[in-house]
Design a protein around this ligand. Structure first.
Ligand SMILES: Cc1ncc(COP(=O)(O)O)c(C=O)c1O
Length: 375
């Protein structure tokens, strides 16, 4: 069987490292807010060329906490794309704000040329989603944000290690939000998330909001060094010591794993060219990290079911744009056709197996069977 994603081979390779990391934490006596989280916060943020970083429970929380820390309030509007994972939008709605969708360009990313038309008095932030492992055109987005005084929250859930003009994901906007959901380029063995920033005041606020709005306060009796005291309303969203320790072990492999993904992508590019299949494009300013390799074909559903019969399993990210889902329909007007590219692509896209431990043989089989089907 060839899966579209698989972690078990990676676990076989890293098993000793991972089990020793878990054992070390269990024996240490500290499971939450300890040295592993601190070390990971320092190393993961510097890997992304950022001064500060905060571990949180997941990327959905990272988005909500970021928006709240940036002062986004109910009634404010946040611009993003509808071609994204539901949690981008969940994160916005959890902050109390409304969503304004902008269509995507040929790279399946937010089209910067269409952002200004979506801005009004209520607009307070933009969330460019660096989808599939490739970053959005950040220069254009930052210029618009500056002009209209908007905050920029980079959704980097799918773009660990990706770059735009040599700058890492999460290092350009006010904050970057990452996911360590197991399938991601850099995944944990459970949930986890992260926020990067270069702004110290924002960093302090993010740290406080992720931990119930609390800081240490001295008791008048002089007892204790300080007890936790909520100075603002926060939430509870923590990366735990076990996952920080596992991610620390994995961090040293991230660059080589991205290179392996790029090599797999190159083979697909070369082999599947000229097959009436639309292939992903890497923007000349980008280093694509290929979280997933997304292609498009008119007979998408048939291809998926035929290959499944041969035990080759593909995926669709995403079959329904967010703005047509019942939960979020109200964010677009009923006659709206301004998300035309998003709607068109959602009917044809699917992704091929992509993960560092996919073997050359497995990839050859996928390519051979796919060619036979679409020829
Ligand atoms: C683009 C995008 N944003 C946000 C998230 C949310 O991540 P998490 O599952 O860690 O909350 C995901 C994960 O599915 C994602 O793909």
């Amino acid at each position: 069987m060839i899966k579209v994603w698989d972690y078990k081979k990676e676990y076989e390779l890293l098993r000793d490292d991972i089990l020793s990391a878990v054992d070390e934490v269990f024996k240490s006596g500290t499971l939450i807010f300890g040295p592993k989280v601190e070390e990971f916060e320092e190393k993961f943020s510097s890997y992304h060329d950022c001064k500060y970083g905060v571990g949180v429970g997941n990327c959905t929380d990272a988005i909500t906490i970021s928006l709240r820390s940036l002062g986004i309030k109910p009634d404010d509007e946040v611009i993003t794309t509808s071609n994204t994972a539901v949690p981008t939008v969940t994160g916005i709605v959890n902050s109390g704000a409304s969503v304004k969708f902008v269509d995507v360009n040929n790279y399946s990313l937010i089209d910067p040329e269409k952002i200004e038309a979506a801005i009004n008095k209520k607009t307070k932030a933009i969330i460019p989603v660096h989808l599939y492992g490739q970053m959005c055109e950040m220069d254009k987005i930052m210029t618009i944000a500056k002009k209209y005084k908007l905050k920029v929250i980079e959704d980097c859930a799918q773009s660990h290690g990706a770059t735009y003009k040599g700058k890492k994901a999460g290092s350009i906007g006010d904050v970057g939000c990452f996911s360590f959901y197991p399938t991601k380029i850099f995944g944990a063995y459970g949930d986890g998330g992260f926020i990067t920033t270069n702004n110290i005041q924002l960093y302090d606020k993010i740290r406080r909001i992720r931990f119930l709005g609390m800081e240490k306060k001295k008791m008048s009796s002089g007892h204790w060094n300080g007890k936790y005291y909520a100075i603002e309303h926060g939430t509870n969203s923590r990366l735990d010591e076990v996952h920080a320790a596992i991610l620390l072990k994995k961090l040293k492999y991230l660059d080589q794993w991205i290179e392996r993904r790029r090599k797999i992508a190159k083979v697909y590019d070369e082999e599947l060219n000229n097959y009436n299949l639309s292939l992903p494009k890497e923007h000349p300013d980008n280093k694509h990290a290929y979280y997933i390799y997304v292609v498009a074909h008119e007979r998408r559903d048939n291809i998926l079911s035929e290959l499944a019969k041969k035990d080759i399993h593909l995926n669709i990210s995403y079959p329904w744009p967010i703005h047509i889902m019942d939960a979020y329909k109200h964010f677009v007007c009923s006659s709206c056709n301004c998300l035309i590219n998003t709607e068109k692509m959602s009917k044809k896209i699917f992704s091929l197996p992509m993960y560092p431990t996919l073997t050359d043989e497995e990839q050859k089989t996928v390519i051979k069977e796919l060619k036979t089907l679409i020829n």
